[in-house]
Design a protein around this ligand. Structure first.
Ligand SMILES: *Cc1c(COP(=O)(O)O)cnc(C)c1O
Length: 463
């Protein structure tokens, strides 16, 4: 029988996180204030604990994972590498399709890989309370779970549309002891301001981030900090355990290197997690394609310009060098809530500018169709976010069949969809529209960026 799963023991867990910033051929550009001054670590101190800020700006290639964090991660890590043999048979492809199953974590996605270290470093620093935002609810659940294990308070601002569409997620947060409220809320200036202007807004990650940051920095006791589930360097860093494990497991399966590595991308963290260790191989000369996949309704990497933009709607965060649809952009209410973000991680952005990464956008109908093909072959029900990766994988596998080529495809199965069945319901009853963002819409939101500083497009020309 062809093996379906490749397992590692606790002893095989990665001991370090991999920091791509150390290996990019041109340096990363710093975060800026709105008038163009570089942001120093001390300016971030009201928002994040200093130990995480040090990771955020680190140029070290390998950063050791503290033993206590490894012990918590060992509850579900190493995750299985599985081979999608049933999908391969169904597609009659010559491709061998492998996936890292990040849905086996207690909250059901890759997000606790960073929630646990973030909660741990906050606790080390003497913080008692963490605020955050959540889109689909996956991140809120992951942080609630981590804070609960480490004895910290957790407050979650959940994007209104998901709050209404995904009641089970907020109940999970409650079980893990967190306080979850709908955003925009009446609890912050940022929330009240948006509600006054747009009372019926479905909310957005940008708005929820503004609220969570404000809630953290306005606590005068100094014992509250904010936590972000994607986008930032230290978050992407924590996810690199995924790709490092996959490297070992592919060897176990007798493979050399994958031909293509695929992950869906909202803020870019699960994609970075699986892909960055292979980006190092590519920088060292390997021939690998690395494909982050986004929704056509929120085409940040494929259609937006590379700019300096705020991470949130109210402009409370530093300006980050990234591809961005504009901080005012409110994406259509698609069910892949975790992919409704106006920007994409600066490290992923720089990888795109360099030509190391080849982003792709796919519309939600193709994604749900792929999710159903997956459910009826492999059997599991994937998160709507994950279906974007699967749609791209199916495309690659079909191409391999048509070209008569053998190909090794690796992707990140970022989470299960058992709390997201309402999206499947709408797809199955034919209610979901195909959604693509038009060029006019994109132009409209770029106005908010006119007076902000512009990043350089730094490119070594190697790819
Ligand atoms: C949050 C989420 C994503 C998108 O976030 P990234 O930071 O881009 O990884 C993808 N898949 C699932 C299941 C998620 O919960």
């Amino acid at each position: 029988m062809v093996p379906r799963k490749y397992l590692l023991s606790e002893d095989d867990m990665p001991r370090c996180w991999y920091n791509l910033a150390a290996d990019l051929p041109t340096g990363m550009q710093p975060p800026l204030t709105p008038d163009g001054k570089p942001i120093g670590p001390e300016m971030l101190a009201p928002v994040f604990p200093m130990n995480l800020i040090e990771q955020e700006v680190s140029q070290e290639r390998w950063i050791e994972i503290p033993q206590e964090i490894q012990e918590i991660l060992a509850r579900w890590r190493p995750t299985p590498l599985r081979r999608a043999v049933y999908l391969e048979q169904h597609l009659k492809t010559h491709a061998r399709i492998y996936y890292k199953d990040e849905s086996v974590s207690p909250p059901g996605s890759h997000k606790p890989n960073t929630a646990v270290p973030q909660a741990w470093y906050n606790k080390q620093f003497g913080i008692k309370r963490i605020t955050t935002e959540t889109g689909a609810g996956q991140w809120g659940c992951a942080l609630a779970f981590a804070c609960n294990l480490l004895g910290l308070e957790c407050k979650v601002f959940m994007v209104r549309i998901s709050f209404d569409q995904k009641p089970m997620r907020k109940l999970m947060m409650k079980v893990w002891g967190a306080n979850c409220i709908a955003s925009p809320s009446n609890e912050t200036h940022a929330g009240r301001d948006i509600l006054a202007r747009m009372p019926d807004t479905p909310g957005s990650l940008g708005i929820a981030i503004s609220e969570a940051v404000e809630a953290a920095v306005s606590d005068t006791s100094g014992q509250t900090r904010y936590s972000l589930g994607s986008v930032l360097n230290h978050v992407l860093l924590h996810q690199t355990v995924i790709g490092q494990e996959a490297q070992k497991q592919l060897k176990q399966a007798g493979e050399k290197l994958p031909d293509v590595v695929i992950g869906c991308a909202g803020g870019g963290s699960n994609f970075a997690g699986i892909a960055f260790p292979f980006v190092l191989d590519k920088i060292n000369g390997a021939n690998i394609r690395l494909v982050p996949v986004e929704p056509a309704a929120c085409p940040t990497m494929t259609k937006a310009p590379f700019v300096y933009d705020f991470g949130d709607t109210a402009g409370m965060t530093p300006l980050l060098p990234m591809f961005s649809l504009g901080h005012d952009f409110v994406p259509a209410p698609i069910h892949a809530g975790g992919l409704r973000y106006h920007g994409i991680a600066p490290l992923v952005s720089q990888g795109i500018v360099e030509g190391l990464l080849e982003p792709q956008a796919i519309d939600q109908l193709t994604c749900y169709k792929s999710a159903l093909t997956w459910a009826s072959t492999e059997g599991t029900i994937c998160a709507p976010e994950t279906s974007h990766a699967i749609a791209s994988v199916i495309d690659e596998a079909v191409k391999a069949r048509e070209e008569g080529k053998e190909k090794v495809i690796l992707f990140c199965y970022s989470g299960h969809g058992l709390m997201d069945l309402s999206g499947y319901d709408r797809y199955l009853s034919g209610e979901l529209p195909e959604l693509r963002l038009s060029d006019e819409e994109i132009q409209k939101y770029q106005k908010s960026l006119e007076n902000l500083p512009k990043p350089e497009r730094r490119k070594s020309g190697r790819w």
